[in-house]
Ligand binder design. Structure first.
Ligand SMILES: Nc1ncnc2c1ncn2[C@@H]1O[C@H](COP(=O)(O)OP(=O)(O)OP(=O)(O)O)[C@@H](O)[C@H]1O
Length: 759
């Protein structure tokens, strides 16, 4: 096979030589060396510095130069980059990728198995990247866009070779009475190198996501066997910055625009050596690279907010990961839920990313035949077992060699998935399998002599792979990877660097939080709710008179209600904070985007400015309508007390949310807590029993209520029947202690949760 691939290589190189008058190959080789040097020295600035000259050189030698401009140009250039990079690998015998590079550059495709993708057709489809982009724009702006797009696609990267041998994975399932092991992966072997797209295919539940997560270093714990190496080294934390992982669920902020999403990610993730402007430029480059320029100012959207389309969402997720120019990119179902044309665009993007020297591994459900042809390598899984690993273009040849052929014309992916599902309808049944089933049934059940069970088919396919291919593939993995020790050391350098300082992380996250939640806080619903409550209270307590016992009793009731109202609300808002952001937090922390402390501080303070607007509105209405002490001092003091109440109450909500990380449980616990705080506050029950009276010291209600009384009447009235001591300093100190104490507890809970997740 190796000689075959090098034969193809030579042929393609010769063709190139002919096209370019013979000098082209030499030129390409010298260029590829330049690329290699850039790749090895590839700091961000260095890459930027070399980009334009690199592009010019590519433009001069691009075999597709004579074609028309526009998106085709974009594809062509990326292919040139691919060719350039791949030829560098010629010396080191990376057959598949190299062959693809040269063939793609020449507008050709493999036809090992007789199906040839129609490149012009694909180019036509890719002419416009945006999902809704149907009208032709003016040529000049298209060329400018293309130039931006190409910036990243040719950016070299440090090469990362992924190899995995006999990967097994079991989970322990704990039942009521017993525990049992469940085997999810049963010895999977494969590899992927720079320039290659490896697709993991298989029916639902076959173990694709599990394998992808193991390869991406996202699963620890349970029972894992086998060897996974990255440039022949095992996984280390330093690889985090070299690996991009696009999860199946698009975890994005609904209220941020595409541009904001990518810009914040760039500011947080890109190295400190880059300036703020360079980081922002990189985000814009990615936007153009992924064809998102037309929707860059559109909100991402979510369940309740209309936003970008599904394809655009996926591209934003990919953009988030390619921002850092990772060497290895994992994607879980990047095309699920998309129409075939949009799915093809996404896969074309992956193809182009690989073409820039990155290693791409993706799971895929049901690819169209055109998508299938975009993959270099394929792993076909069924029930956790390997049915095929090898070149995607040779899969059909392999299955034909074991007697499985489609009886009608079929999309190869559909055929392979049918086999993985043990569905032999419209598939030829191998004679070996027939004979085996015949013999077995003859012994056990002569009535169903020729009936094939799905178990028979599965066993046959697994065994066929094991006996015919597995050994050969495992031997191939023993070959050393074609990069020198210096590059290896650079890839696995143990240095872990944050993209921004703690303070920068805090400010970026603060503004991001503020932008994301601006609509939640100042929604008309909330404003109406607060104004309506304030107006009702004002009318009920209209010009209340505290000079009579009855009037005083009424007013005290109002003050208690204010303390409860502004305690209750923030608790129930704050409990959602961390459970709702859990997915985002783990996603971003997985790639070391920021420190947990910076996130926590930003998350808990970014809500404050908006949280404090509504109480001002509330107090302005209630205070004067109810006829509370009419002077600026008491009014502003009451306002400050309400602020303290809100901030302390939020702390309680944060602790409950962070410690339970489950909204249902948190809501239940919060209602019990708030109710207990309220009842022990001294308004309803004057003589609180000793066993529960200690609660008031940790109750924000109790302290707020007392402070409001003192501000209004200068003391706690005898009527209220609580021991009155001091001028409220104790209460203020208690509130401040609660504000910090509850937050510290919340932070510790969050840390613990993270440790648990990592364990
Ligand atoms: N932690 C776990 N505990 C129990 N079962 C698990 C666990 N993780 C995975 N599984 C099971 O392992 C099998 C493979 O899961 P996996 O998510 O990898 O499949 P998949 O091929 O990605 O499926 P899909 O295409 O539907 O996403 C499934 O049957 C799943 O239920």
């Amino acid at each position: 096979m190796e000689s075959e691939s090098s034969g193809i290589l030579r042929t393609r190189s010769e063709q190139l030589g002919e096209m370019d008058g013979g000098g082209g190959v030499k030129q390409l080789k010298s260029l590829s060396r330049t690329a290699s040097a850039e790749m090895i020295n590839g700091s961000a600035q260095h890459i930027n510095y070399n980009k334009s000259s690199f592009r010019k050189k590519l433009a001069n030698i691009s075999p597709g130069k004579s074609r028309s401009s526009g998106a085709g140009n974009h594809i062509r250039k990326s292919r040139s980059a691919q060719l350039n990079y791949k030829l560098d690998l010629e010396d080191v015998s990376s057959g598949t990728a190299l062959s693809r590079a040269s063939s793609a550059s020449l507008g050709m495709s493999f036809s090992f198995t007789g199906f040839t993708p129609p490149p012009q057709d694909i180019l036509a489809h890719l002419d416009n990247f945006s999902d809704d982009d149907t009208c032709a724009g003016d040529h000049a702006s298209h060329e400018a866009d293309d130039a931006r797009r190409n910036r990243m696609i040719i950016e070299p990267t440090l090469p990362l070779y992924l190899k995995f041998t006999e990967v097994k994975y079991k989970v322990i399932i704990k039942g009521v009475t017993s525990t049992r092991d469940k085997e999810i992966l049963r010895g999977i072997t494969g590899s992927a190198g720079p320039g290659e797209v490896l697709a993991l295919m298989g029916p639902s539940g076959s173990g694709k996501t599990t394998l992808l997560s193991l390869l991406g270093g996202r699963i620890s714990g349970n029972i894992t066997e086998g060897i996974i190496t990255y440039n022949d080294e095992s996984y280390s934390k330093s690889l985090k910055s070299r690996i991009g992982f696009v999860t199946q669920d698009d975890v994005l902020f609904a209220h941020l625009t595409v541009k904001e999403t990518l810009t914040y990610a760039a500011l947080l993730r890109l190295p400190k050596t880059m300036t703020k402007q360079q980081k922002k430029d990189r985000a814009i480059d990615v936007i153009y690279e992924l064809g998102l320029e037309r929707c860059q100012d559109t909100m991402i959207g979510g369940s309740f907010v209309r936003g970008v389309s599904g394809g655009e969402r996926k591209r934003v997720c990919i953009g988030n990961e390619i921002l850092t120019n990772p060497s290895l990119l994992f994607l879980d179902e990047p095309t699920s839920g998309l129409d075939s044309t949009t799915a093809l665009r996404i896969v074309q993007i992956l193809h182009d990313i690989a073409a820039a020297g990155k290693t791409v591994v993706t799971t895929i459900h049901q690819p169209s035949s055109r998508i299938f042809h975009k993959f270099d390598k394929l792993i076909l899984l069924a029930k956790g077992s390997l049915l095929y690993y090898g070149k995607a273009s040779e899969a059909m040849v392999y299955f034909s060699s074991i007697g499985c052929n489609p009886l009608i014309s079929m999309n190869p992916a559909e055929f392979l998935l049918d086999l993985a599902n043990n569905n032999m309808i419209d598939v030829s049944i191998p004679s070996e399998l027939k004979d085996r089933v015949h013999m077995e049934n003859l012994k056990s059940d002569p009535r169903s002599i020729d009936r094939l069970s799905s178990k028979d088919v599965h066993e046959y396919l697994v065994e066929a792979y094991e006996t015919r291919v597995a050994c050969k593939e495992k031997k191939k993995l023993l070959l050393p990877i074609p990069i020198n020790e210096d590059v290896k050391a650079r890839v696995s350098s143990p240095m872990r660097e944050w993209g921004a300082s703690w303070w920068q992380q805090y400010t970026i996250l603060f503004w991001r939080g503020l932008k994301e939640r601006r609509y939640d806080h100042l929604s008309w619903m909330r404003i109406t709710q607060v104004i309506a409550t304030a107006a009702i209270l004002g009318l009920l307590w209209w010009h209340s008179d505290s000079s009579t016992p009855k009037g005083l009793q009424d007013q005290v009731g109002l003050l208690f209600f204010i303390s409860v109202f502004w305690g209750f609300f923030p608790v129930f808002t704050a409990i959602f904070t961390f459970p709702q952001e859990r997915a985002m937090l783990s996603k971003e922390r997985c790639v070391d985007m920021y420190r947990l402390s910076a996130y926590f501080m930003a998350r808990t303070t970014s809500d404050l400015p908006l949280d404090l607007i509504l109480p001002i509105l509330f107090m302005l209405i209630v205070y004067f309508m109810a006829g509370l002490k009419l002077s600026p001092g008491p009014f502003f003091l009451s306002l400050v007390i309400v602020f303290l109440d809100i901030i302390a109450a939020e702390g309680v909500g944060l602790v409950i949310g962070a410690s339970l990380m489950d909204i249902k449980k948190a809501t239940t616990l919060a209602s019990v807590t708030v109710m207990t705080f309220m009842l022990s506050g001294g308004f309803f029950v004057k003589r609180v029993p000793v066993f529960i009276s200690w609660m008031r010291y940790i109750s924000f209600n109790y302290h707020t209520y007392r402070l409001l009384l003192k501000v209004q009447y200068g003391h706690v009235p005898a009527y209220v029947n609580v021991i009155d001591q001091g001028h409220g300093v104790r209460e203020v100190v208690a509130m401040i202690a609660m504000i910090f104490g509850y937050r510290l507890l919340a932070y510790m809970s969050l840390r613990r949760m993270k440790l648990q997740a990592a364990a």
